[in-house]
Design a binder for this molecule. Structure first.
Ligand code: ZN
Length: 420
């Protein structure tokens, strides 16, 4: 086992080169060409190194709402499924996302060494580094004598950074056919694993009023921006009313010019939840506020969106898996614990679908979702060793981890969503 794990050390240079190559290709979520380029490079590498099957799936477009309430459809990149030994007793689902939060017009497109162990660059931590860790760990595991006990599927999705609106239903379907999930989001900033995660939903509100000249006929106008402002004030008042629930209005726009009563306004907001009952509470509150605003003459307020990610809470199966990961990490000389976070990821989706999973198996780094994003470069090797060891331990005792696979997982494909 040690020889296998040690062999990864020699891969440091090659992993670093591959990471820089991937980071220099822009794959902002809505840059379909870039996301597909990353997907194609990785699918090819997985097939060449792992001799696995490959399936590419086109996703439905992502729907966005303009200030006038019109829908626009944005094409998403393709989703990739790579798998091996579907007949093996224990089935592991490994997931990672191809997209980043940096659009093609972002200023952050280059990699720079911050010192000889730290590389800055878009997506180096979140999660192009993690994708390489996954590939390296599987390649190493495949050279072991335990492979026949464990089959796997790698799911590479193109839309995680906007809440996986297009891929959520496929993630849920795949979860139903596997025993455990391993996700390659970066470790928390202190290097630890994420435990419980909050749930999340993204919503758009569109208000329509009546336009009029601001001077001549102000009394005939119905101001959409003012109605929206009332809505936003009421939404903000919900903060602090229920433990662990937060509502954040993040984007507002509307109106055309100052001498016209605006007849259009729009805002987008995010809600985080702690327990699944929070979703219903929030929906009732939003409905109440919506009805209140719609009582105004000639004002119509429509609400779009839904909760895309339920909260991730840890049951016995999750805790056993976390313990295994923690033990493996200790064996490699780095004790790990897990802690709750307000952020969410596809781990929420896997938990909602009934699949125990650990979702921060990617690299160490920090400042993700900012132009200061960086990776601790040696973590490519360390984390590949960790995942290899986890796979080896799972394959040693497959019976311990086989679960009664439940069917009919909750499908969470839905409208839009934003940052995760
Ligand atoms: Zn990520």
């Amino acid at each position: 086992m040690n020889a296998l794990l040690n062999s990864i050390i020699e891969r440091q240079t090659s992993l670093t080169e591959s990471l820089i190559e991937l980071a220099l290709i822009n794959s902002g979520t809505l840059n379909k060409a870039g996301v597909d380029n990353i997907g194609a490079i990785l699918a090819k590498a997985f097939q060449e190194r792992l001799n696995c099957t490959h399936k590419q799936i086109q996703l439905p477009p992502y729907i966005m709402y303009g200030t006038n309430g019109n829908e626009t459809k944005q094409p998403l990149g393709n989703l990739h499924l790579l798998s091996k030994r579907p007949e093996a007793p224990l089935q592991i689902l490994l997931t990672g996302h191809l997209d980043t939060v940096f659009p093609p017009d972002s200023d952050f497109q280059q990699c720079d060494w911050l010192d000889n162990r730290t590389l800055g660059g878009p997506g180096v931590s979140d999660m192009k580094g993690g994708l390489l860790v996954m590939l390296e760990a599987l390649s190493t595991f495949e050279r072991s004598s335990l492979t026949k006990h464990l089959g796997w599927t790698v799911l590479l999705n193109p839309d995680e950074e906007i809440g996986s609106p297009g891929s959520a239903s496929i993630i849920a379907q795949q979860a139903a056919h596997h025993d455990l999930g391993m996700i390659y989001e970066p470790a928390l900033p202190n290097g630890q694993l994420a435990g419980e995660r909050k749930g999340s939903g993204n919503f758009t509100v569109v208000v329509k009023g009546v336009a009029a000249h601001a001077g001549r006929e102000h009394h005939l106008g119905r101001n959409a921006i003012c109605a929206l402002a009332e809505f936003i004030t009421e939404v903000d008042k919900l903060n602090g009313q229920r433990e662990g629930v937060t509502l954040n209005v993040g984007i507002v726009n509307g109106g055309v010019t100052t001498n016209q009563v605006p007849d259009q306004a729009r805002c987008r907001f995010n809600i985080r939840t702690r327990i699944s009952d929070d979703e219903q509470w929030c929906k009732l509150q939003l409905q109440r506020i919506q009805q209140q605003i719609n009582l105004k003459k000639d004002i119509s307020l429509s609400l779009h969106g839904d909760f895309g990610r339920p909260p991730k809470s840890l049951d016995e199966a999750h805790l056993s898996l976390f313990q295994l990961v923690s033990d493996c990490s200790k064996q490699l000389g780095t004790p790990l614990v897990w802690e709750a976070t307000g952020g969410c990821c596809d781990g929420n989706n896997l938990t909602a679908a009934g699949l125990p999973n650990v979702d921060t198996l990617g690299v160490l780094g920090g400042k993700i979702h900012s132009s200061q994003e960086f990776i601790e470069i040696e973590s490519l090797v360390h984390r590949a060793q960790l995942s290899t060891l986890i796979l080896l331990q799972l394959a040693k005792q497959p019976d311990r981890w086989i679960r009664h696979r439940k069917q009919a997982p909750r499908a969470t494909a839905q409208e839009q969503s934003d940052e995760t």
